[in-house]
Design a protein around this ligand. Structure first.
Ligand code: PLP
Length: 433
C-alpha cells in the first residue's frame, strides 16, 4: 500500500525500507509510505505523479506553502555570501536582523534572543535559562518545572521531561528524566470563561511546590501534538497571575502555534500576556530550514549572568545559521506584509463549515477549529494502515495520530482546496470509524 509504483517511487520506498528510520516508527516498519518527488504551493507531487493538497504544512512549518519565490530567492541570495559560520565570537547581518525582528514582534518585555537549531533545543535552552536564572538569584533549589498534562514540547531529554507523562516517554526513559509537576490540562475550552474551579488544581499544586519551582512551561492556548485542543485564554491569564504571585518564571512554548496559526500572531496574544521566556520554531523559517529561537526578558538574562557560571552554558554548532536566518527574515517579512489575519480567518471559516458534518458521525467525539487548525477527534484510535492510504487516494496529505484527524494547512490555501481537504477528512473518518 505504498502508492509509489511510478517514476522510481516503488524502488525508492524499497530502498527506504532497507536503510531509513522514520519518526515514531520501528526500524523495519511496513506501514504506508509515499515517495514525494516535489512540492510547490500547497501541493505535494508523488513520484507516481499524483498531487496531494497538503493539510499539514509539514508539521506546522510551511505557512507560505512550498517553493515560495521570495523564500527560494532569500536562500539563493544568502548562498552568495556565506552558508554557515560559527557563532562563537562572530556575528552576521541575517542573525542580527532576525533577533531585532523577533524582539519587535513578540511581547514587549522579551528583549534577548538565543538562536538555535530546532524546537526541542529551544525548549532545552528555555529550561536551562530558567535554572541558571535561579542560581543567579541565589535560589538554586528552584529546579522543578510545573506543566500540564497532554502537553508536547519535543523529544530531547529536558523537553521530554515536560511532555505528557502518559505519552510513553516517561516510563521508557525514566532513568533520564527528572520528576516534574503535572497539573491536569485546562477543562475550559477556548470560547468558555475560565472559572475558579478550572484553575483550582493547578493553583493547589503551585501553592504546595512554588518554593522549588523554577518555571511553569506551557503551550499557550493551543495544546498541539499531544492533544490538538484549544483552551480558554482566561486560563492562561490566571496562570500568568499565579506565576507573578509566586515569583515563578513563565515559559511559553509557541513553537507550533506561533506566527499566526491560531488567528493571533502568538498564542500569548489571545490572553494579552507576556511570558518571561518564549520559544519559537517551525514556521519561523516558513518550513525551509531547521531553526528555532528562545527569547527572554532583561531580568532573566541578568539572572543568568549573575549565576556562578556567568555565561549561559549552551552553544550549538549550527547556532544562527546564516541560510536559516536569511530565510527566517524573509518568511517573517512575507507573513507580516501579507493579509495573514484575513487568510487565517477565511481558512478557519472553511474548516469550520467543511468539518461540521463529521460531528454527526457515530465514531466522532468532537470537531473543533481555531484559526487555521481543524480537528476531528474520533472515539477510538484510527487505524493508520487504513486511513492514511485512503486520505492519499482522496487527494490530500493529512497525517492522523491516535484519535486525532487534524489539519493545519498553509495560509495560502484557497477556499476550494480547504473544501477538498475537509471533504476528504470527513469521508475518510466516515469510512474508517
Ligand atoms: N514544542 C512544540 C509545542 C511542538 O509542537 C514541537 C514539535 O512538534 C516541539 C516543541 C519540538 O520541535 P522540533 O520538532 O523542531 O524539535
Amino acid at each position: 500500500a505504498s502508492g509509489t509504483d511510478g517514476a522510481g517511487g516503488a524502488d525508492l520506498v524499497a530502498r527506504d525500507r532497507r536503510a531509513v528510520w522514520h519518526p515514531y516508527a520501528a526500524a523495519s516498519h511496513d506501514g504506508p509510505l509515499f515517495a514525494v518527488a516535489s512540492a510547490a504551493g500547497v501541493r505535494l507531487t508523488l513520484t507516481d505523479g499524483r498531487e496531494l493538497i497538503d493539510g499539514m504544512s509539514s508539521w506546522w512549518a510551511a505557512i507560505h506553502g512550498y517553493r515560495h519565490p521570495v523564500l527560494d530567492e532569500a536562500v539563493r541570495t544568502q548562498l552568495g555570501s556565506m552558508s554557515h559560520v560559527m557563532f562563537g565570537g562572530l556575528t552576521h547581518e541575517p542573525a542580527v536582523r532576525l533577533a531585532e525582528t523577533l524582539v519587535a514582534i513578540t511581547p514587549e518585555p522579551l528583549r534577548r534572543v538565543f538562536l538555535c537549531d530546532s524546537g526541542s533545543v529551544a525548549v532545552e535552552v528555555a529550561i536551562k535559562m530558567a535554572l541558571q536564572y535561579w542560581t543567579g538569584r541565589g535560589r538554586p533549589e528552584r529546579t522543578r518545572l510545573l506543566t500540564i498534562r497532554r502537553g508536547y514540547h519535543g523529544d530531547t531529554s529536558g523537553a521530554m521531561s515536560v511532555c505528557d507523562p502518559d505519552a510513553g516517554m516517561h516510563h521508557l526513559f525514566s532513568q533520564l528524566l527528572p520528576r516534574h509537576l503535572f497539573a491536569p490540562a485546562p477543562r475550559c475550552a477556548y470560547d468558555e470563561p475560565c472559572e475558579d474551579a478550572d484553575v483550582a488544581e493547578f493553583e493547589r499544586l503551585f501553592a504546595r511546590h512554588a518554593h522549588e519551582v523554577a518555571a511553569v512551561i506551557l503551550e499557550p492556548v493551543v495544546q498541539g501534538t499531544g492533544a490538538m485542543s484549544f483552551y480558554a485564554p482566561g486560563w492562561l491569564a490566571r496562570v500568568r497571575e499565579l506565576c507573578d504571585h509566586h515569583g515563578v518564571l513563565l515559559i511559553a512554548d509557541e513553537i507550533a502555534v506561533g506566527f499566526g496559526r491560531s488567528g493571533e500572531l502568538f498564542g500569548c496574544d489571545h490572553a494579552g500576556i507576556s511570558p518571561d521566556i518564549m520559544c519559537v520554531g517551525k514556521a519561523l523559517t516558513g518550513g525551509y530550514l531547521s531553526m528555532a529561537a528562545t527569547l527572554c526578558t532583561d531580568e532573566v538574562a541578568a539572572g543568568v549572568s549573575d549565576s556562578p557560571a556567568g555565561a549561559f552554558m549552551h552553544g550549538p554548532t549550527f547556532m544562527a545559521n546564516p541560510l536559516a536566518s536569511a530565510v527566517a527574515n524573509a518568511s517573517v517579512e512575507l507573513l507580516l506584509s501579507s493579509p495573514w489575519r484575513d487568510r487565517v480567518a477565511e481558512i478557519s471559516a472553511g474548516l469550520a463549515a467543511g468539518l461540521a458534518p463529521a460531528a454527526e458521525l457515530a465514531g466522532v467525539a468532537d470537531v473543533r477549529v481555531l484559526g487555521a487548525i481543524g480537528v476531528i477527534e474520533t472515539r477510538d484510535p484510527v487505524d493508520m494502515a487504513v486511513i492514511q492510504p485512503l486520505l492519499v487516494e482522496l487527494g490530500v496529505w493529512v497525517r492522523p495520530f491516535g484519535r486525532l484527524v487534524y489539519t493545519m494547512p498553509p495560509f495560502i490555501t484557497s477556499p476550494a482546496d480547504v473544501a477538498t481537504l475537509t471533504d476528504a477528512m470527513v469521508e475518510a473518518v466516515a469510512r474508517t470509524t
